[in-house]
Design a binder for this molecule. Structure first.
Ligand SMILES: *Cc1c(COP(=O)(O)O)cnc(C)c1O
Length: 336
């Protein structure tokens, strides 16, 4: 897998650590649990989007862009990381934020990622829930272009073949780490949203002929839609990488842990956040990695993963989002 032919700006502290979670493994009494610390990619409290931004902003700079436009939910981790990379690279940044959740909670509307976005001073505009956000950034970008600006549009979550290439790079990094440690990975599990993380991992693992299955735990869409989104992006990412034609069976999502909808807390998420905090000193996030871990925990309890297996949970970050859910999580922490 030759990634050096694509423009790239190194932004991440990488390789990120691959650590064993002894306490959680013992507590759940099933497989051996490992965690790939992509919450610690370094910049602006870390997270998975910086992996994608290395290739996306590499391409933007190669094209001579000076103004980056992207979108996300109000508590978007992707927007926060894009803002940080733009600050470092001296690029203008506009984010359109969708009121995807109906709430008056000031922590959600002003705290967490929103506070960090404000500190970085990016240009923010809001759109109502249900807006076609891709159309919205295209419209916004067209206006700026008409005014003579050199724009580069990043889709929600940075999920296109260029962004997903960042996670093909992580597949390579992870397989190298595992080989160095003599660790035989049986499954990779992580939270899947805009699909780029899973698509990049699956594409990279196929290109490497690694034969390691990936399970994406959904946080928004039903299973059929999520798997279709991921598979389409696996195909286009492998086309970019020059890899083989993927099998549809390479993409597996479990969307049983979404609960009431995107960004709406679940009891399983709260349990996962507290377990990891109290037994491993690791913070998950309420929207993605908390629900992803809730899925993994439930599947272990149901015997889906077995003793003797090595499971790697990819921690995709998002801790800043905890502060957008402070009241809810405080109540859960006190009650537990
Ligand atoms: C965006 C995000 C995800 C999901 O990754 P996708 O590539 O959008 O599927 C998972 N966890 C966190 C913390 C995220 O911010």
């Amino acid at each position: 897998m030759n990634l050096s032919r694509f423009p790239r700006i190194k932004l991440c502290h990488a390789p990120t650590a691959l650590e064993k979670m002894d306490n959680l493994s013992k507590l759940l009494g099933g497989p051996t649990l490992w965690i790939k610390r992509d919450d610690c990619t370094g910049m602006a409290t870390g997270g998975n989007k910086m992996r994608k931004l290395e290739f996306l902003l590499g391409e933007a700079l190669a094209q001579g862009a000076t103004h980056i436009i992207t979108q996300g939910a109000v508590q978007s981790n992707h927007v926060r990381q894009t803002a940080a990379a733009c600050a470092k690279l001296g690029l203008k940044c506009t984010a359109l934020l969708e009121h995807r959740i109906q709430t008056n909670d000031s922590d959600y509307l002003q705290g967490g990622n929103v506070l960090l976005d404000h500190l970085m001073g990016i240009n923010i505009e809001y759109r109502p829930g249900g807006t076609d956000m891709q159309a919205a950034i295209e419209e916004f970008g067209a206006k700026l272009q008409a005014g003579g600006e050199r724009t580069y549009l990043i889709p929600g979550g940075g999920s296109n073949p260029t962004g997903a290439t960042g996670y093909a790079a992580v597949a390579l990094e992870l397989v190298n780490q595992a080989n160095d440690m003599g660790l035989n990975i049986d499954h990779i599990v992580h939270a899947t949203g805009s699909a780029g993380t899973q698509a990049g991992l699956v594409a990279g693992l196929i290109a490497l002929n690694a034969n390691i299955p990936v399970l994406g735990i959904g946080v928004r869409n039903p299973k059929d839609k999520q798997e279709a989104n991921v598979f389409k992006l696996v195909e286009s990412t492998l086309a970019k990488l020059g890899g083989p034609t993927p099998q549809r069976s390479s993409v597996v999502c479990n969307c049983d842990y979404v609960g009431g909808g995107y960004g709406i807390p679940t009891d399983g998420m709260a349990e996962a956040v507290l377990l990891l905090a109290r037994h491993e000193g690791i913070f998950l996030d309420p929207v993605y990695s908390g629900k992803g871990m809730a899925g993994l925990i439930d599947l272990i309890r149901k015997g889906h993963f077995k003793a003797g297996e090595n499971i790697v949970f990819v921690h995709t970050g998002g801790q800043a989002g905890l502060f957008g859910y402070a009241d809810y999580l405080n109540a859960k922490a006190v009650a537990a």
